[in-house]
Design a protein around this ligand. Structure first.
Ligand code: AMP
Length: 283
C-alpha cells in the first residue's frame, strides 16, 4: 500500500495509474472497523485501483466536543488497510485540505434531502460533508465511489451532489449494506466511546428497527414511533433525536405504511453522551 499526505504527490501518482485501471474511492474519518473494510473490499472486488482517505473533517461537526473526542487510530488504520491489500491511503493534514482555514464559505444546493432528519438536528453537517467530499473527489477523480448504507441520508445527499455538480465527470456511487456485530449493533467508530453496559444497551436501536419492521402491517406509524422511543428511553438512551418511518427515496415522513412504496426506518439517539444512528430498509 502506498501512503500519501500531500495532494500533489497523490495526484501525480494517480495520473499515471488511471491510464491502466479505473479508480474506486472510499472516503473515511478513520478509526476503521469491518464496516469500512467492507467498502474497501467491494471496491477491490470490482478490480479498481482502490484509494481510501482518512481525514476527520472539522467542517462537518456541528458539535466541537464530538470533533475533539473523535478517535484517531492512524497506525492501526494503516495495518488494517494493508491487511486487505488496499492500494492507496491518503491521510492529509487539516492544513493540506483547508489551506485557507475552516471558514471557507461554500454552499451546495442539494434540494430538500439535506433539510430533514440529520439536517434538522445537525445544522451545517451535510454542507460540511459535501465540502470535503467535493474536495476529495476533485483530488482523487474516481470512477466509482463507495459509501455505507449506515449513513443512509448522507449517501442520498452525496448522490444528489453528484447529480447536480458532477454531470460532466460522472462518478458511480455504490451504497454498501451496513455491517453489524453478531448481536445486530451497527459497527461505528463512535461505539469505541461506549462503556460495556452502554454497548449492550445500544442494541435497543437495532431491536426497535426490526420491531418496527415486523409491526408495520398491524400498528399505526405514530404508535410504532412512540413505542420505539419509549423502549429506547427505558434502555439507557437519554435523548432521542428521531425515530422516523420515511419514504426511502425522498425521506418524507410516511403517515400510512404502503408496501408498494420503498420505506426506510431511521433512528438517531444518545447513549452515554454518544450520538448513534442506524436505519433499516423495509421493502
Ligand atoms: P466514517 O468514517 O464514519 O465517516 O464512515 C466512512 C464510510 O464508511 C461511510 O460511507 C460510512 O457510511 C461507512 N460505514 C461506517 N460504518 C459502516 C458500517 N457499519 N457498515 C458499512 N459501512 C459503514
Amino acid at each position: 500500500m502506498v501512503i500519501f499526505k500531500k495532494i500533489t504527490d497523490l495526484k501525480s501518482y494517480l495520473s499515471d495509474k488511471r491510464r491502466h485501471q479505473k479508480i474506486g474511492f472510499v472516503p473515511t474519518m478513520g478509526a476503521l472497523h469491518q464496516g469500512h473494510l467492507h467498502l474497501v473490499k467491494e471496491s477491490m472486488k470490482n478490480n479498481l485501483l482502490t484509494v481510501v482517505s482518512v481525514f476527520v473533517n472539522p467542517t462537518q461537526f456541528n458539535d466541537i466536543e464530538d470533533f475533539n473526542k473523535y478517535p484517531n487510530t492512524l497506525s492501526t488504520d494503516i495495518e488494517q488497510l494493508a491487511s486487505v491489500k488496499c492500494d492507496v491511503l491518503f491521510c492529509p493534514s487539516a492544513n493540506e485540505m483547508y489551506p485557507d482555514g475552516f471558514g471557507e464559505k461554500v454552499t451546495f444546493n442539494i434540494g430538500n434531502i439535506d433539510k430533514v432528519l440529520e439536517g434538522t438536528f445537525r445544522p451545517g453537517h451535510f454542507n460540511g460533508v459535501c465540502q470535503i467530499v467535493d474536495k476529495l473527489l476533485k483530488i482523487v477523480e474516481p470512477d466509482h465511489l463507495f459509501m455505507g448504507q449506515k449513513d443512509y441520508q448522507q449517501s442520498m445527499v452525496v448522490q444528489s451532489m453528484l447529480e447536480n455538480y458532477y454531470k460532466d465527470h460522472p462518478v458511480k456511487l455504490h451504497v454498501v449494506p451496513t455491517v453489524r456485530s453478531s448481536s445486530g449493533l451497527a459497527l461505528s467508530s463512535r461505539n469505541e466511546r461506549l462503556s460495556s453496559t452502554a454497548r449492550q444497551n445500544a442494541l435497543a436501536i437495532y431491536n426497535r428497527l426490526t420491531w418496527i419492521k415486523d409491526n408495520l402491517d398491524n400498528m399505526s406509524i405514530q404508535d410504532l414511533e412512540n413505542g420505539a422511543e419509549e423502549h429506547l428511553l427505558k434502555n439507557g438512551f437519554t435523548k432521542i433525536d428521531y425515530v422516523a418511518i420515511a419514504d426511502a427515496k425522498s425521506l418524507e415522513p410516511v403517515s400510512i405504511y404502503n408496501k408498494e412504496v420503498k420505506t426506510v426506518i431511521l433512528i438517531a439517539a444518545f447513549i452515554d453522551g454518544v450520538r448513534l444512528i442506524d436505519n433499516l430498509l423495509v421493502n
